[in-house]
Design a protein around this ligand. Structure first.
Ligand SMILES: Nc1ncnc2c1ncn2[C@@H]1O[C@H](COP(=O)(O)OP(=O)(O)O)[C@@H](O)[C@H]1O
Ligand SMILES: [Mg+2]
Length: 219
């Protein structure tokens, strides 16, 4: 069986700056992996390459065995829609939509109807957000925004879930809840990659890597 995601010998430069070099990585179904490392070390850059949001300068990215190198932007977007969900460091929510609508928006986009509203409500209720379903992003706290963003990412049961410092800026109880939800996605077969400074969270994943001196090593 092929890996959900495989990076082979990835390099990434911004102009003359070498950010990543010789990075290899595999993500199997139903596993969670943590990536730790210094600020400015290239973690977000690496996650954006895994998420097909930008291309590597060198090396190979395989999604479910498919080499994306020759994919045009349209095919890349389709593959991204089919396989990937993100929890960004800064929640990218739509300000004119309510919390519930924000969670449902990607599902509307790919045209999956039916139980979307029920599923979105259930996720938000699980996150203690039942009293905030109809509030807009500007009326929500940081922790609440993070929960909306996480519910949105989980709703589509993506094969691959990428999270960039998902527990940052959250109080311990909430951080624990968010961590629990991320790790629970494994039971549905989702492969989870979590960039984090939270060593407690990293310890609960199946494997931890450290991004250091531009490359990824088992921690
Ligand atoms: N689009 C960009 N253009 C140029 N340099 C960038 C860009 N994005 C990030 N960088 C630089 O790449 C390095 C790694 O950044 P980043 O991936 O955000 O690290 P981390 O997430 O580990 O803090 C930093 O020095 C940052 O300034
Ligand atoms: Mg970062």
């Amino acid at each position: 069986m092929s890996n959900l995601l495989e990076l082979q010998d990835i390099g990434k430069n911004y102009g003359d700056d070498v950010i990543l070099s010789k990075v290899s990585f595999t993500l199997a179904k139903g596993t969670a992996v943590a990536i730790i490392g210094h600020s400015g070390g290239g973690k977000t850059t690496l996650l954006s390459i895994m998420g097909l949001l930008q291309k590597a300068t060198s090396g190979t990215v395989l999604v479910d065995g498919q080499d994306i190198d020759s994919f045009d932007p349209h095919r890349l977007a389709k593959l991204r829609g089919e396989y990937l969900s993100f929890v960004f460091q800064r929640a990218r929510l739509i300000n004119s939509l309510t919390a519930l609508e924000n969670v449902m928006a990607p599902a509307w986009f790919i045209g999956s109807g039916e139980n979307v509203e029920q599923g979105a409500k259930a996720l938000l209720e699980n996150f203690g957000m039942s009293h905030r379903l109809h509030h807009k992003p500007q009326e929500l706290s940081l922790g609440q925004l993070r929960r909306v963003s996480l519910a949105r990412a989980l709703l589509l049961k993506p094969p691959i879930l990428l999270a960039d410092e998902p527990t940052n800026d959250l109080d311990p109880a909430l951080a624990d809840e968010v961590a629990e939800c991320l790790l629970a996605a494994r039971t549905g077969g989702t492969g989870v990659v979590i960039v984090t400074h939270d060593t407690g969270l990293a310890a609960r994943t199946d494997q931890t890597f450290r991004l250091e001196e531009r490359t990824l090593r088992p921690a």
